[in-house]
Design a protein around this ligand. Structure first.
Ligand SMILES: NC(=O)c1ccc[n+]([C@@H]2O[C@H](COP(=O)([O-])OP(=O)(O)OC[C@H]3O[C@@H](n4cnc5c(N)ncnc54)[C@H](OP(=O)(O)O)[C@@H]3O)[C@@H](O)[C@H]2O)c1
Length: 344
């Protein structure tokens, strides 16, 4: 059984990663179609050892496509996902457009795979924000065992989280600094090279940013509405890989040794936690990998049943493309979709 899959945003950071991951995991495809804006018609992208030529989303007919992996931003998703869903193609969307919609499941397969079953109302499933995805993978086993009551998280988010333009801005600014050229700031609200920026997305009325709000709201929807979470999201001059400093308060007593074992046994997690130089994961090691890495696990004696840890993952993979492909695999493994085209 194999499926016709369309990638919307195939020329982007996440779209290219999706193509790689479909090929790496030998996803059962009958055909893969690369779609982007009309600017990219004919642009070549790689899928395994094949080369695909991009077509325009605007002129594509989804009526015989089974799965659409959508990664072209919120506005495109708002305009297109419902129309594609109505044509009987299941959309797995990476933008924030549908995440909090009551008829759209928000899914991280290691945490709430069963929620996928609610997709059929709109034929849309949402992928969480990249920072939320790795956080809930880490929190889930701890919540199951110790009941997490409150989370304080500070993020160190790479520039690839802001798309191709974000990566270009870090590269160009760094080059300008070394060649005594002009440092031009366009994509980010402040200079990012040799700096960091305590603002991701727009400010909300209460002084938090939208990115911080997303982490709070999405964690509640995916994991447990009772969890209290406060976040500070920071952009750092790293190309790929988001890091998080996480502090949790639990209902039940927790030791660092036991938490380490609980995390080690959990799906999607790799614990690297030696008390020596380099005995922890950094974004450099996480880039290109599938796991969520947990390091620096320690008891926090300043609160009752407190634990602190460090969490790193590739934002383009677990934070976006890998999670989307895993959702598609859940749909197939649970027989929630069938190919629309009969095999020849
Ligand atoms: N990067 C991350 O860590 C991350 C994590 C989670 C979620 N996301 C979400 O994933 C989405 C894409 O992110 P990205 O990092 O891949 O961005 P990106 O590198 O800037 O790529 C954007 C993609 O969208 C396509 N696109 C733009 N306008 C379009 C249109 N009118 N019709 C069809 N396609 C259009 C672009 O095609 P052209 O080349 O033709 O312009 C390109 O393929 C965003 O919603 C983002 O919020 C990103």
């Amino acid at each position: 059984m194999s499926f016709k899959v369309a990638i919307v945003g195939a020329t982007g950071n996440v779209g290219r990663e999706m193509l790689d991951i479909l090929a790496e995991r030998a996803f059962p495809v009958s055909e893969v179609v690369a779609l982007a804006s009309s600017r990219s018609i004919g642009t070549e992208v790689s899928f395994g050892d094949k080369t695909l030529k991009c077509k325009s989303l605007e002129h594509y007919d989804f009526s015989d496509t089974d799965i659409c992996l959508m990664s072209a931003g919120g506005e495109i998703s708002k305009a297109w996902s419902p129309k594609i869903g109505q044509q009987g193609c299941v959309v797995i969307d990476n933008s924030s457009a549908w995440r909090m919609h009551p008829d759209v499941p928000l899914v991280v397969p290691e945490v709430n795979a069963a929620a996928v079953a609610g997709f059929s109302k709109m034929n849309i499933i949402a992928n969480p924000n990249c920072s939320t995805a790795q956080l809930v993978v880490a929190l889930k086993p701890l919540h199951d065992k110790y009941v997490v009551k409150r989370v304080v998280v500070s993020t160190y988010q790479s520039v690839s989280g802001a798309g191709k333009e974000g990566m270009d801005e870090l590269f160009n600014q760094t080059r300008a600094v070394f060649s005594a050229g002009e440092v031009v700031t366009k994509k980010f609200p402040a200079r990012i090279s040799f700096n960091l920026i305590p603002q991701i997305d727009v400010f909300m009325e209460d002084g938090f940013t939208k990115e911080e709000w997303k982490m709070m709201a999405e964690t509640k929807k995916i994991l447990d509405p009772k969890i209290k979470l406060t976040a500070t999201c920071v952009r750092v001059p790293v190309f790929i890989g988001h890091s998080e400093s996480v502090n949790i308060e639990c209902e039940k007593p927790v030791t660092a040794d036991e938490a380490r074992e609980v995390l080690r046994a959990a799906p999607g997690i790799l614990v690297i936690d030696k008390h020596e130089p380099g005995g922890y994961a950094t974004p450099h090691e996480a880039a290109g990998e599938d796991a969520t890495y947990i390091s620096r696990i320690r008891e926090d004696a300043t609160v009752e049943n407190g634990l602190a840890f460090w969490c790193v993952s590739d934002n383009l993979r677990k934070g976006a493309a890998l999670n989307a492909v895993q959702i598609a695999e859940v749909l197939i493994n649970r027989k929630l979709i069938q190919p629309r085209q009969k095999a020849a």
